[in-house]
Design a protein around this ligand. Structure first.
Ligand code: CP
Length: 304
């Protein structure tokens, strides 16, 4: 049973193996080559929270490998609205499929699901917890763009408190030897648990509230959205919404070979004028979800 719940499930060597396998999947992901690697297998994608990239790239990955997909996007048309528990939902779905991709608003839901599943569970985001498959595609993007996964200055920007992608990414980057800066508004700082981990590993750069303090020395600017849906009080959200805006002027103050990443969706934190700059990599990053998820699916479902 090969669940994918947290980036802690992977050693650095295992991450490199996933990325190597993903590289071999790129032509298939683009539809330029075909594969029947997962023919006869069924993937269940069950999403209790909205998603565009994660769900569709998992589904594309499965289809490109010749397998089938079942699932739901939103619980409105499912027995969850009748009161069915997550445990029972997982018991049912794991009987219908060879692996389950789960997104859920509650932190720890994916881990809990493993207790009731007879097939591998892949965590597609559990509340403000982790998003390990996003992290693997982020690392794939970094390796593709920079040629390495180590000795980089990475600035994580935005909602570091509730943003699960930055939690997973900070942990994963620590496995390779990097300097990680944390830029967030007051009140949305990276959780102490993650900061402590970075310090213990000697990966902590600086924590600050403005981009000015890091932009001149950043190899990778990893921007995230303020997670409106996780704020208990909408007034608090309004205080920080739009606090950062990456625009061409800001980008011009970074190193020429700096790249800009974002897990997407973006709201207002990157201006559309940045999209055409050579530094912008977030749409390539989103595509990379397909080959990386192809590699993961083939690994957990017994393919190559
Ligand atoms: N990056 C990401 O998780 O996007 P979605 O919410 O659209 O899946």
């Amino acid at each position: 049973m090969k669940h994918v719940i947290s980036v802690h499930d992977f050693t650095a060597e295992q991450i490199v193996t996933v990325l190597d396998n993903a590289e071999n999947m790129v032509e298939i992901a683009k539809g330029k080559a075909t594969s029947d690697l997962l023919r006869g297998k069924v993937l269940a994608c069950i999403f209790f929270e909205p998603s565009t990239r994660t769900r569709l790239s998992f589904e594309t990955a499965m289809n490109r490998l010749g397998g089938g997909v079942v699932g739901f996007a939103g619980t409105e048309a499912t027995s969850v609205v009748k009161g069915e528990t997550l445990a029972d939902t997982i018991r049912m779905v794991s009987g219908y499929a060879d692996a389950v991709v789960l997104r859920h608003p509650r932190e720890g839901a994916a881990k809990l699901a493993t207790e009731f599943s007879g097939v591998p569970i892949l965590n597609a985001g559990d509340g403000a917890g982790q998003h390990p498959t996003q992290t693997l595609l982020d690392l794939f993007t970094i390796r593709t763009e920079k040629g390495r996964l180590e000795n980089l200055n990475i600035s994580l920007v935005g909602d570091l408190r509730y943003g699960r992608t930055v939690h997973s990414l900070a942990y994963a980057l620590s496995k390779f030897g990097n300097t990680i800066n944390l830029v967030s508004p007051e009140g949305l700082e990276m959780p102490n648990e993650v900061v402590g981990y970075l310090k213990d590993k000697g990966m902590f750069g600086k924590a600050c509230h403005t981009l000015d303090e890091v932009i001149g020395d950043t190899d990778i600017l990893y921007v995230t959205r303020i997670q409106k849906e996780r704020f208990p009080d909408p007034v608090e959200y309004k205080k920080v919404a739009g606090i950062y805006r990456v625009d061409p002027k800001l980008v011009s103050r970074g190193p020429d070979d700096m790249i800009i990443m974002h897990p997407l969706p973006r709201v207002q934190e990157i201006s559309p004028e940045v999209d055409t700059l050579p530094q912008a990599r977030y749409f390539n990053q989103a595509f990379n979800g397909v080959p990386v998820r192809m590699a993961l699916l083939s690994m957990v479902m017994g393919g190559n």
